[in-house]
Design a protein around this ligand. Sequence first.
Ligand SMILES: [Cu+2]
Length: 149
Amino acid sequence: MKIARFVAAAAAILVVAACTQGSQPAAAAPAAPAAPAAPAALGAEHAKPAAPAAATPDAEGKVAIEATADGFTPSRIEVEGGKAVKLVFTRTAEKTCMTAVVFPSLDIEKELPLNTPVEVEVTPEAGGTIAFQCPMGMGKSAVVGLPQA
Ligand SMILES: [Cu+2]
């Protein structure tokens, strides 16, 4: 059961690159999501496939998330299970389909005006995952509730 969260998260992250609006040249994306210099902070003791480093909340319980032409960055946020996290979304790309963020399981949809922070607070259960994505179902990302240590 403990292994499941690693697997689910890795699957969610691989889909991120798929969300563009067709005629989008890749010029504005210097940091390709496919090649993160993963610092291997998590799970280094096990031979898991290298997942991009997950973001964790700051001292105020917030995580800043950028909505770019390619998706949401970071696309995986890890929280202590049962603890609320404030996701602060800022869309920085004018041409992107990430003009809104949707949390299907929570029935939440928030518009993301350009360069305007939009806060969404969620509380994943320990061992649970709350998915978020663009309104078309792309840019799949997740907030993961870690089991209490
Ligand atoms: Cu989309």
